[in-house]
Ligand binder design. Structure first.
Ligand SMILES: Cc1cc2nc3c(=O)[nH]c(=O)nc-3n(C[C@H](O)[C@H](O)[C@H](O)COP(=O)(O)O)c2cc1C
Length: 290
């Protein structure tokens, strides 16, 4: 493993390692207004929600790497204590990119990036009509993280009101459909990723039920040709098979070699019969030892 000691690494390199390592990150396209009512937009991917009750969003506006000055977004929030966080999806990601350019303070970035500004209800900054979800926020606290160029400011905000496009909601479930909202994430350098379609993997894990875990699995599974995903599915079964669960597989387990046993486990997993697959794996272990 490469060892990276932050205090012995240049800011530039450290920045790139961290950005590429902690990724993909959601993007907040933050709308603010200056004291003289000039609208401002800028993207921030040091961003997330940190609480849903109360609903809190946090992002970090770093000091400019060039001269250590504060960015316009931060200055506007310090003055007016209000903002709108617009989420970024595939249809607006290229326009979003335009708003990261350092425009002069008096330039309206909605116009530069071709976005439509719409009035908010609870705060002065505008929302972006083209964004599928917009959060009207009020400043709770700013925590400065340092005075050097690149140092962040944690901007902690109360989410006061959410506007969500009906078009991104799954009608049957009443929840946001990732294949409709089509969010985009930021990775290292100039890489972005699309959080929909083939990049979505569904993993069901009941968090309130116990799991047996890797340590209680029959040993042969760990040296088998089964994938880590398949072995994890077995480790995720909530209880060890009973004697009769195992008994029903004994006849088959007696007649197979390891390759065939692996095939049988795979087949049962494909049929989503995880508990049966585990029962068979135990039956095979017992036969193997006999
Ligand atoms: C996708 C993306 C994510 C970004 N994330 C951040 C971030 O988390 N923090 C930050 O300080 N700058 C970030 N930037 C750079 C700012 O958007 C850029 O400095 C912008 O010009 C600041 O505008 P402002 O001076 O109007 O606030 C990001 C840029 C892009 C394209």
């Amino acid at each position: 493993m490469k060892r990276i000691v932050p205090s012995e690494t240049s800011n530039r390199d450290l920045h790139q390692y961290l950005l590429a390592m902690v990724a993909p990150r959601p993007i907040a396209l933050v709308s603010t207004v200056s004291n003289d009512f000039v609208p401002n937009l800028a993207p921030f991917s040091f961003f997330n929600i940190f609480s849903s009750n109360p609903p809190i969003a946090v992002f970090s506006a770093n000091r400019r790497v060039t001269d250590g000055t504060k960015k316009d977004t931060l200055l506007n929030i310090e003055q007016n204590k209000e903002l709108v966080i617009n989420v970024v999806n595939a249809s607006i990601v290229h326009q979003m990119s335009l708003t990261s350019v350092e425009f002069g303070h008096s330039i309206n970035e909605f116009e530069k990036a071709g976005f439509t500004s719409i009035a908010s209800e609870k705060v002065k900054p505008f929302r972006i009509k083209e964004s599928p979800a917009q959060m009207e926020c009020k400043l709770k606290e700013i925590i400065p993280l340092g005075n050097h160029p690149g140092a962040g400011h944690l901007i902690i905000c109360d989410i006061e009101l959410i506007h969500l496009s009906e078009e991104v909601i799954d009608e049957q479930k009443g929840r946001i459909d990732p294949n409709k909202i089509k969010l985009v994430g930021r990775m290292g350098r100039s890489y972005y990723n699309h959080a929909y379609g083939q990049s979505i993997e569904t993993i069901y894990q009941a968090i309130l039920k116990p799991v047996i875990g890797f340590d209680l699995l029959p040993h042969w599974l760990k040296q088998s040709a089964l994938s880590m995903k398949e072995v994890s599915l077995l480790a995720g079964v909530s209880s060890l098979p009973t004697k009769s669960d195992i008994e029903q597989h004994k006849k088959k387990a007696k007649t197979v070699n390891q390759e065939q046993a692996e095939k049988q486990v795979k087949r049962l997993l494909e049929l989503q019969k995880n508990k049966k697959a585990l029962g068979f794996a135990f039956a095979y272990q017992i036969e193997k030892q006999a």
